[in-house]
Design a protein around this ligand. Structure first.
Ligand SMILES: *Cc1c(COP(=O)(O)O)cnc(C)c1O
Length: 381
């Protein structure tokens, strides 16, 4: 992949996207195998292979493959018995799916501010959000950096709360040597096109609790009785993943160590190349964490950097470099109106205002990253 980004007219000919999948392993071979053997729906050998393989990768015993990361969260909440009237504590700064999954069950997401040290939920502020209605906590390992799980597990134990890890952005990240997703009762992952590994659309719940695994398998498949066909003792869902998606997943899983190594290498390169640029701050890394750097992200200090976050995004776009702003904090979104103001969530609000995700694909070459960093420097005033 050369650096052929400038056409004869001087216009950029190749855009550097924020994220694109890498499908150069056995993806094609395994997908063709699904088609030639006729196993294209949600039965077939790749499903259990992907479930077992990915759960093992996380250090969990069981995997339950589903259609996407959002329903993985919904299924986990349903399996834990979360229902109308319950409250579930989640970070204010996350992707909207975390909050929506809680709402789909009729429960109420309760938001907690982020901490500046990791950009994750401020574990020290969780306890003050606990009420009689609180049933669970969903920590989100934002942009690939693990949450401070010891503190979270301690609060959960003290108040008898379930912990569901939203690890949709953190496949393979480690907290004190443990893989994320294996620390709470259930870990939820997404395999959307821009995640660490992808199945196009897809998701998985992992757990080491045999009963929870069985419950999730039951609920995701229309809650059909195992013995008595077409007997559905309760309201279930169809959240099944197809064998074709799982085939892509198995091929992706074969390459996950390589992908994570590329993310880490690229994170180092970005940090080295931008270290002297004033007004940019990277996501801090805790000594107890192994981040997988899902997104290479920086905060833009407008005064120090010399232009606003939004002006930087536009400037990069003109040079053929895609980037994007951080998520909106949940309290600002119309479906969650009334849950608080920027004053209640000052850290999340500030991160959201200043944050930008830079190109983060595992396919980026060193010259791509140099090009992005040169572009950033040239925009700086
Ligand atoms: C991507 C993501 C999800 C949802 O995954 P989908 O597969 O897109 O449904 C949930 N939570 C977080 C934090 C995510 O980044």
């Amino acid at each position: 992949m050369g650096n052929g980004r400038s056409g004869q007219s001087g216009q950029p000919v190749r855009r550097i996207p924020v994220s694109e999948p890498s499908l150069s392993g056995n993806e094609e071979k395994y997908v063709l195998e699904c088609i030639s053997t006729n196993w294209i729906s949600s039965l077939g050998k790749f499903i259990p292979e992907f479930e077992g393989g990915f759960a093992g990768f996380c250090g969990s015993k069981y995997g339950v493959a589903v259609m996407n990361g959002t329903v993985a969260l919904q299924l986990a909440l349903a399996a834990l018995g979360i229902k109308e009237g319950d409250e579930v504590i989640i970070p204010d700064l996350t992707f909207v799916a975390t909050a929506n999954a809680v709402r789909y069950l009729g429960a109420k997401p309760v938001f907690v501010d982020s901490e500046p040290a990791t950009w994750n939920i401020d574990a020290g502020k969780i306890e003050s959000a606990v009420t009689k209605k609180t049933k669970a906590i969903i920590p989100v390992h934002l942009y690939g950096h693990p949450c401070d799980m010891d503190v979270i597990m301690e609060v959960a134990e003290k108040h008898s709360l379930s912990v569901i890890e939203d690890a949709a952005e953190a496949h393979g990240a480690e907290y004190k040597g443990k893989r994320v997703g294996s620390i709470g009762s259930i870990g939820c992952f997404s395999f959307y096109g821009n995640k660490i590994i992808t199945t196009g659309e897809g998701g998985m719940c992992v757990t080491s609790d045999a009963k929870l695994a069985e419950r999730m398998h039951f609920l995701k498949d229309h809650a059909m009785d195992k013995v008595r066909k077409y007997w559905h003792p309760e309201l279930g869902y169809n959240f099944r993943m197809t064998n074709i998606q799982a085939a892509v997943g198995v091929a992706q899983l074969e390459q996950i160590d390589k992908f994570i190594a590329a993310k880490i290498r690229n994170a180092k390169l970005y940090r080295t190349l931008l270290q002297n640029v004033k007004g940019l701050a990277f996501q801090p890394q805790m000594t107890w964490a192994k981040s997988v750097y899902w997104m290479h992200s920086v905060l833009v200090d407008e005064k120090e950097f010399g232009c606003s976050r939004d002006a930087l995004i536009l400037g990069l776009k003109e040079k053929g470099v895609d980037s994007r702003p951080f998520f909106c904090p949940m309290h600002q979104l119309p479906p969650y109106k009334g849950s608080g103001s920027d004053k209640d969530f000052p850290v999340a609000a500030q991160l959201s205002r200043a944050g930008i995700n830079l190109p983060s694909s595992v396919r980026l070459s060193e010259s791509d990253i140099r090009f992005v960093c040169d572009a950033i420097r040239s925009i700086q005033k």
